[in-house]
Design a binder for this molecule. Structure first.
Ligand SMILES: [Zn+2]
Length: 172
C-alpha cells in the first residue's frame, strides 16, 4: 500500500464535494475524501485529465482509503473514506479574466464545462516558479449543469452575449 497517514491534529477543509486533510510529515500534499467510492473515482478521473494540462493539481495516488496517524488530542478514527492523495493548491485572489481563461482552457483541452467556477473552487499551483490558476474541485457537481452563478448559458463569468464581465444584459 503506502505510508501516508492522515494528520488528524492539523487543519482540514470541508469543500463543495470533498473534505481535504493534511498528511503527516508532508506539507505540499493532502488527502481528498469523498462520501462514496463512486464520487471519489469521478473526481479523481477529472482531476487526472485536467492535471495533464496543468489545469488542476497533480493526482498522487489511486482511489484509496488512508489510515489516520495517532492523534495527540484523543479522537482517533481508524480509516478514512474513499479518496485520493493530491498536490495541494494555494488560495489567492483571481480575476474574472483569470477564471474565464481557466474555464475556456478546460473546455478546449478537456472538453469539460467547469460550471461551478466560483472562487472557492479555484486555486494556484506553482510551475517553473510561476503561479498557475487551477480548478481545485473536480467533483461531479462542478461539471454538471446548464447555468452558473452568473446565469450565463456558457460556463464562466464572461457574458456570452455581450462578452463583458459583470454584465446586466441577461437580466431580462
Ligand atoms: Zn451581457
Amino acid at each position: 500500500m503506502n505510508d501516508y497517514l492522515i494528520n488528524n491534529d492539523d487543519w482540514f477543509h470541508e469543500g463543495g464535494s470533498a473534505q481535504l486533510y493534511p498528511i503527516l510529515n508532508y506539507d505540499s500534499i493532502g488527502f481528498k475524501e469523498f462520501s462514496s467510492k463512486k464520487k471519489a473515482e469521478y473526481a479523481r478521473k477529472v482531476q487526472l485529465k485536467l492535471s495533464k494540462f496543468d489545469l488542476a493539481p497533480k493526482v498522487l495516488s489511486k482511489t484509496i482509503k488512508l489510515k489516520y496517524a495517532q492523534s495527540v488530542e484523543g479522537w482517533n478514527p481508524e480509516i478514512s473514506g474513499w479518496g485520493f492523495v493530491t498536490e495541494l493548491a494555494q488560495h489567492g485572489t483571481v480575476s474574472y479574466r483569470q477564471i474565464q481563461n481557466l474555464v475556456d482552457k478546460i473546455w478546449s483541452k478537456a472538453a469539460l464545462k467547469f460550471w461551478d467556477c466560483h472562487y472557492s473552487n479555484i486555486g494556484y499551483i506553482k510551475r517553473k516558479g510561476k503561479p498557475k490558476v487551477v480548478c481545485i474541485d473536480t467533483g461531479k457537481e462542478s461539471f454538471d449543469g446548464y447555468a452558473n452563478a452568473w446565469s450565463n448559458p456558457d460556463p464562466g463569468p464572461k457574458c456570452c452575449y455581450c462578452l463583458k464581465y459583470e454584465c446586466n444584459c441577461t437580466d431580462y
